[in-house]
Design a protein around this ligand. Structure first.
Ligand SMILES: Nc1ncnc2c1ncn2[C@@H]1O[C@H](COP(=O)(O)OP(=O)(O)OP(=O)(O)O)[C@@H](O)[C@H]1O
Length: 852
């Protein structure tokens, strides 16, 4: 990694009086910030008192030198120093670095007093054409937009006219997914403070000649631990190299071939003592895992280490960051009380808990937790839902939850499930409880169907959805950003992950943040860092994070700025050892009770208020809903591959016995050869008809209260469930090395995991069955399935995986469970004591014979 210049720079004149002492500065003015800026913070942003980290880091960033009581060693000569900021999530790190940057640019562009007093104003204000003075690098696009929006607000400050300075600073943003040409145009005009993601910045540094960085004074790496991690590291190295080359033009080490000479009047600004003499690097993070410390040590030269906890702040200096420096800086924190050397600290007011849930009950447990969070009052004699309780809206304002899962597929599936799945039959009806506000939508560009590619049924459906009544392709379609949940009436369900179109990502983030309705955001770790969602009071880590640092960032989306917040971690019984790892690193969640969580389901049930039944209701409702989707998908598949439409489920007519038996030979192998009497046949037919009538009644009842088990673009939900399951299994293998023995795929019971996605069997078997039904040879089926599994990433069966004797067999060997709605199935319901039996022809005959 390129090392940055640092030592040997001349000490700079302070722009205000002496650097304030650390313990004394309790106001932004005392910290040395510009009066206009302080007024703006107060009147327009409602920010009056600096946080702990702001108290300690703003002076360090304002003056490039340290005047600290905690300086170590105490008499290190003042010089240009890089700055390292480590502080709790939600403690205001963004303003910590933005305020000094804006302040110093403002002060540098203030004309000298003598000129202004003499009546002549010849100090030409600097302009955006000077290029970029500060670059803020962040790992995600959403965070970039959030910081850009903070910066815009900050730069709208009202300037004191008597100081003869003008607005000239322009905020800029360049991020992946946005239009590069319009970004180039903006960079050509100039962006004084630029927010960017690493890949796109590197792209512009390489290809946008008019992007001027030779006056760059600040490079801020926000969420530095993430940026310095593997993956971003190479990009960052290239960025630093390119910035090094370009800034050396300006310092005269190389001829300024590409860059304009400055107007003489602007040179007084460029040489203002208010600006750093050369580029400063600022690293900013809530966490700093060990492996990243070494990289930070390489990146920062002569750094000031600013550490802030909820109640204390500390400052230290070092020639470079070493473990010892950080340990020294971090040791004097709130954790002292616990007497540990914890790596991480969570806000004190954050209530952390964990819930141990068996895999097969995860979905029901999630539903219960959310129902407890978004309760609805049941009133009336028949237990009708009449209204949302005051707690979700009136008293505490808007209620919001963020649910973290491990993959994009999982986000898509759980979003579909929580927003579209119906309520169980034994619950009171929820009609009349409409949403509190219409869910928002956004127009997105319709993707063109791939040329010369094999188009499957889903793509056909998506293409159909993208055409208007006359069959013409619509250039844009409306994308529903949130759906109103059926199971949690009135609650809007949003999603956010890296595979969504960029404008959907942006708008989902924006609308969830601003939502005045109660809302849930289901997301991947793309939302784990830095995002500042107002009113989020519950974080749910439905899938545990892949490393402890992520845990800290995820829970940090709530309990920000001293507000209350709760965080709940879901664990499988086999994962409880993870609590030890969390404990050792300073995170101490308390146990939560699953039985208590289920009480909300028991209360909802109209009859037989028993926990097992209530839990079973929810699981079976989800499974039935997916069953509908499975049948629809199978029908679509059959229609595409077979000229004759599939036989309606559960119906047999006598003329078609031979076909019926060949279609499901395993179930009915004995029926044709049976030499039963006419009487017996009649009795069998009567029993089957009766069973079918009951089944159909149940199915109709279930279907009458359901929403279609497919998305607006026609994607069957079962497809999402299968992909989500496979991605979840794959994601399980991505835990940090120290946690791998806990989160090991061998410990997963794959059949139970399938239940956690409301699948009645593992996806491979589902695929096999669908293909068999469509009349394909079994070899083809298994090839197709293997390909699907590979494409979706499990790769579990292909790697010659050897299983231990005590573990769950891999997917293909799973005990076959069949759809309860399909004729000829015996389904053992895992949530109830007794198996649910549906009648087959053979079973019916046996029953009739026994009855005789
Ligand atoms: N001095 C202050 N007083 C009140 N609110 C503040 C102050 N400084 C910042 N805030 C607000 O606190 C919230 C959190 O700030 P910010 O996002 O910068 O936190 P952070 O430390 O960067 O968190 P994370 O580690 O999660 O990225 C923001 O809404 C911000 O406007």
């Amino acid at each position: 990694m390129t090392k940055l210049k640092g030592s040997g720079q001349p000490a700079l004149a302070n722009t205000k009086a002496a650097t304030p002492a650390l313990a004394v500065a309790d106001t932004f003015t005392d910290l040395g910030l510009d009066d206009d800026l302080v007024r703006h913070l107060d009147t327009k942003m409602d920010i009056r008192t600096p946080t702990q980290i702001q108290k300690v880091a703003i002076p360090a960033l304002l003056h490039d030198q340290v005047n600290s009581q905690d300086t170590d060693p105490p008499h290190r000569p003042a010089s240009l120093r890089d700055v390292f900021i480590q502080s709790l999530t939600g403690s205001g790190k963004t303003l910590t670095y933005l305020l000094p940057i804006v302040h110093r640019l403002l002060v540098a562009s203030t004309p000298p007093l003598t000129t202004a007093q003499g009546g002549r104003f010849d100090h030409q204000a600097p302009s955006r054409s000077l290029g970029t003075f500060a670059i803020i690098l962040v790992p995600t696009r959403e965070l970039a937009r959030q910081i850009y929006s903070n910066l815009e607000t900050l730069l709208h400050l009202k300037l004191d006219p008597s100081l003869h300075r003008r607005h000239w600073m322009v905020p800029g943003i360049v991020i992946g997914g946005d239009n590069k040409n319009s970004e180039k145009a903006r960079l050509r005009k100039g962006a004084t403070i630029l927010i960017s993601t690493p890949g796109r910045l590197l792209d512009h540094l390489r290809s946008t000649q008019s992007f001027r960085v030779e006056h760059l004074k600040w490079l801020v790496l926000d969420e530095a631990d993430r940026l310095l991690e593997l993956g971003f590291e190479d990009t960052l190295r290239s960025i630093l190299d390119l910035l090094g080359q370009r800034t050396s033009f300006a310092t005269g080490t190389e001829p300024q071939r590409h860059y304009h000479h400055q107007a003489p009047s602007q040179s007084s600004f460029l040489h203002s003592p208010a600006l750093p003499a050369s580029r400063l690097t600022v690293l900013c993070s809530a966490t700093l895992p060990n492996q990243v410390r070494r990289l930070a040590g390489d990146t920062l030269k002569n750094p000031v280490i600013c550490y802030g906890s909820a109640t204390k702040a500390k400052l230290a200096t070092a020639a470079s960051i070493t473990d010892a420096d950080l340990a020294a800086a971090v040791s004097d924190t709130d954790d002292d009380e616990a007497g540990t050397e914890a790596t991480y600290t969570a806000p004190q007011q954050l209530e952390q808990s964990y819930l141990v849930v068996p895999a097969k009950q995860r979905l029901v447990a999630l539903t219960s937790v959310l129902m407890n969070l978004f309760p609805f009052r049941v009133t009336g004699r028949d237990g009708q839902f009449l209204s949302a309780p005051p707690s979700s809206t009136a008293t505490s304002g808007v209620q919001k939850a963020v649910v973290f899962v491990s993959s994009c597929d999982s986000v898509d599936y759980h979003h579909a499930l929580l927003s579209r799945a119906p309520t169980p039959r034994f619950w009171p009806a929820t009609e009349g409880l409409g949403p509190t506000a219409d869910p928002p939508s956004v127009a997105i560009r319709t993707p063109k169907p791939p040329r010369n590619a094999e188009i499957n049924a889903e793509e056909v459906a998506a293409d159909r959805a993208s055409r208007d009544a006359t069959g013409r392709r619509k250039v844009k379609t409306m994308y529903q950003l949130a759906d109103v949940s059926q199971i949690l009436p009135g609650v809007h369900v949003y999603k956010l992950h890296g595979n969504l179109p960029q404008n959907v990502r942006t708008e989902s983030y924006h609308h969830f943040s601003k939502s005045t309705a109660s809302a849930i955001l289901i997301c991947t770790d793309v939302a784990a860092r830095g995002l500042d969602f107002p009113h989020v009071n519950q974080i749910i880590q439905y899938d545990p994070p892949s490393e402890v640092a992520s845990y800290v960032h995820r829970v940090g989306r709530t309990a920000r700025q001293g507000r209350n917040g709760r965080a709940l971690l879901f664990l499988l019984p086999s994962e409880t050892e993870y609590l030890g790892i969390l404990h050792a690193q300073g995170m101490r969640p308390a146990p939560a009770s699953l039985d208590k969580a289920y009480q909300v389901l028991v209360r909802r049930r109209r009859k037989g208020r028993v926990a097992d039944q209530a839990v079973n209701d929810v699981q079976m409702t989800y499974e039935r809903w997916l069953g509908q989707s499975d049948r629809a998908a199978t029908a679509t598949h059959s229609a595409a591959t077979k000229p004759t439409p599939a036989k309606p489920v559960g119906l047999i007519d006598d003329d078609d016995q031979s076909n019926a038996s060949s279609e499901s030979s395993s179930d009915n192998s004995s029926s044709d050869s049976d030499s039963s009497s006419d009487d017996e046949d009649e009795a069998v037919t009567a029993l089957i008809e009766e069973t079918n009538r009951q089944q159909n009644a149940t199915a109709t009842e279930a279907e009458s209260i359901t929403t279609p088990a497919q998305l607006a673009d026609g994607t069957p939900v079962i497809q999402l469930a299968k992909s989500a399951y496979l991605s979840a299994v794959r994601a399980y293998a991505t835990h940090a090395a120290a946690e791998k023995h806990i989160f090991h795929i061998r410990k997963l019971h794959l059949g139970h995991m399938a239940k956690a996605f409301a699948l009645q069997e593992t996806p491979t078997n589902v695929g096999q069955k669908a293909s068999t039904k469509a009349g394909k040879p079994s070899q083809q089926n298994s090839q197709g399935d293997t390909a699907t599994a590979g494409a979706n990433g499990s790769g579990y069966q292909q790697k010659g995986y050897k299983r231990r004797s005590d573990e769950e067999p891999p997917p293909r060997k799973q005990k076959k469970m069949t759809d309860p709605f399909k004729r000829g199935s015996i389904n053992t319901d895992e949530f109830s004591a007794s198996p649910m039996v549906t009648t087959t022809v053979a079973a019916a005959k046996k029953k009739v014979r026994r009855a005789k």
